[in-house]
Design a protein around this ligand. Structure first.
Ligand code: FES
Length: 109
């Protein structure tokens, strides 16, 4: 597993996101209303909308362009639309540093 520090948890306001680019892929890290963090590819599978600019509701984000609803737990687009975005694991250490994790070889970082 690869891991990189991408932010401090306190820097990401609730219901907002921060973006990072790892291995050529832009990734959005969202803070849910619960304080939990979720990381997904920052590209809507419909027409490449920036999901980081979408509205967060529970563990879903609504694409800002055409309102597709994407589950940030598994990356699946919700019916009646179809598709999927890549999801990443996130860890927060005792100092509040946020780390993004991915399988070795799945990103070219
Ligand atoms: S680009 Fe996201 S719903 Fe169309």
């Amino acid at each position: 597993m690869e891991r990189i520090m991408v932010a401090r948890a306190s820097e990401i306001p609730a219901l907002r996101s921060r973006t990072v680019t790892v291995g050529g892929m832009e990734i959005a890290i969202f803070k849910l209303s619960s304080g939990e963090l979720r990381a997904i590819e920052n590209r809507c599978p419909h027409k490449n909308g920036k999901l980081s600019e979408g509205i967060v509701c529970d563990h879903h984000v609504f694409c800002p362009l055409h309102d597709w609803k994407i589950n940030m737990k598994d990356g699946l687009v919700q019916a009646p639309d179809e598709g999927c975005v890549t999801t990443f694991s996130v860890e927060v250490d005792e100092e509040g540093k946020v780390y993004l994790l991915w399988e070795k070889g799945s990103l070219s970082a």
